[in-house]
Design a protein around this ligand. Structure first.
Ligand SMILES: Nc1ncnc2c1ncn2[C@@H]1O[C@H](COP(=O)(O)OP(=O)(O)OP(=O)(O)O)[C@@H](O)[C@H]1O
Ligand SMILES: [Mg+2]
Length: 415
């Protein structure tokens, strides 16, 4: 049996074979072609080899290229991923934006892979081993959190993307190939990002293969995949809410304000301000100060403060939060949120909405709004600047809406 790959428009990761392909309109680039040797029944006609009878035609089996769609929002604190196969969402992942380069791939941990993005002087692939996600913190080596550096989420984009792919629960089933140990993955990678898509994709393009659980996958990324503005799903959510709509995305680093025009089939971004430093990381700093309140013995680590914030509640007009030693620190959290609203780059974000929001709807999204006290106090601040409450739109799952609404474009009815 001869194995060929259609290479009329070869993308990286494809194996180009020398043989010319027959013109066949049913075959598409990326398809695999298996040729089976003609089956001759020698016993039925032992002399057929010697006679001039026409040879039976070769049987050709086309294994169609199986392209999967991955929509990826690689944030500073969390990588959000949707996997769409045959027009259906089949996986939904949220992974910590933390990476660690290791000497050899640990077995049995999530988000582990090996890959190469270049050759050494000996012309052999230089192989790197990485762990992405919370297991990156367990490797006994320094890990890198995307929240630690201004440009980390762009610089590490290829690692984050491959880590997300390695974390998919059914990677083998998503690949094609007749060899169990060497397979092909054909991916349409849709990104949601503030960064220049060419920068993101150039880094990823250098990665020709990745190895997960001992299986090597050659990687082929669709050249037609698009990059959408970060938070685009929130604009899709707002499509029927008005012809001009604003989104306020409170993430870990930024408090992005974007304006969208909804007059066409798809929303179009008109303007955008990231307000760097307006996100949850600044709130955590404010929280640290208000908890300590001059008493250094009361310091709590930032990672613990983040957990306390995430599990805080808001009931009967009160913020409730519990310190590791059991102390109730809800009041300190309330003070911190109010200071964050009043005197950080979030203040600029809210100010810029105070006029626009009187006439137009504002969608409040991003993981920051998953914290009930944040949602309540920001709503209160916007209402104080004379924005009608009807103009404040709180989606049901604000932390994931930027991604989940992308299904409007990429699932069954729309692909
Ligand atoms: N379900 C949740 N419950 C409580 N808090 C949450 C939840 N989801 C997110 N958060 C908090 O909101 C913060 C911001 O989350 P988000 O996913 O929007 O950030 P990001 O996209 O990683 O950051 P950036 O957009 O700045 O790159 C998180 O760091 C977390 O503290
Ligand atoms: Mg974000």
């Amino acid at each position: 049996m001869v194995r060929k790959k259609v290479t009329s428009d070869v993308e990286h990761g494809d194996t180009q074979l020398d043989d010319e392909l027959p013109v066949n309109s049913d075959i598409e680039q990326g398809d695999e072609l298996l040729e089976e040797a003609p089956k001759t029944d020698v016993t039925a006609n032992p002399e057929s080899e010697q006679t001039n009878e026409p040879k039976p035609k070769k049987t050709r089996v086309i294994i169609p290229k199986r392209e999967i769609t991955i929509i990826l929002d690689g944030g500073r604190s969390r990588i959000k991923v949707l996997l769409i196969v045959d027009g259906q969402v089949t996986s939904n992942l949220v992974i910590d934006s933390v990476v660690c380069q290791v000497d050899s791939p640990p077995f049995g941990e999530l988000g582990v892979f090996s890959m190469s993005r270049g050759k050494g002087e000996d012309k052999k692939d230089v192989v790197e081993h990485w762990v992405v996600g919370s297991s990156a913190k367990l490797q006994g080596k320094p890990f890198v959190a995307m929240s630690d550096g201004e440009n980390h989420k762009v610089d590490y984009f290829p690692i984050l993307a491959l880590g997300a792919i390695a974390s998919l629960p059914n990677l083998h089933d998503l690949s094609t190939g007749s060899n169990e140990k060497s397979r092909s993955l054909s991916i349409k990678l849709i990104t949601l990002s503030l960064a220049n898509p060419l920068n993101l994709k150039a880094g990823l393009g250098a990665c020709k293969w990745m190895k997960v659980d001992g299986i090597k996958y050659s990687l082929s990324f669709s050249k037609t995949a698009l990059n959408y503005p970060e938070g685009y799903g929130a604009a899709l959510f707002s499509q029927d809410k008005g012809s001009t709509v604003y989104t306020l995305d409170v993430g870990f680093g930024t408090a992005c304000v974007s304006q969208y025009n909804n007059q066409g089939k798809l929303p179009k971004r008109v303007s955008h301000k990231p307000n760097g430093g307006g996100g949850i990381s600044t709130l955590i700093r404010e929280f640290a100060e208000s908890v300590a309140n001059g008493d250094s013995s009361r310091l709590i680590k930032p990672s613990q403060l983040r957990e306390i914030l995430e599990s805080s509640t808001f009931e009967d007009g009160r913020v409730n939060a519990i310190a590791p030693d059991g102390r109730e620190i809800g009041t300190a959290l309330e003070v911190a949120i109010k200071n964050w609203i009043r005197d950080t780059p979030l203040t600029f974000a809210l100010e810029s909405l105070s006029t626009a929001g009187r006439k137009n709807p504002i969608v409040l999204c991003g993981g920051g709004f998953e914290v009930p006290a944040v949602q309540h106090l920001v709503k209160e601040a916007l209402a104080e600047s004379s924005i009608p409450l009807d103009n404040l739109v709180f989606p049901p799952n604000p932390g994931l809406i930027a991604l989940s609404e992308m299904t409007k474009i990429y699932t069954q009815a729309n692909v």
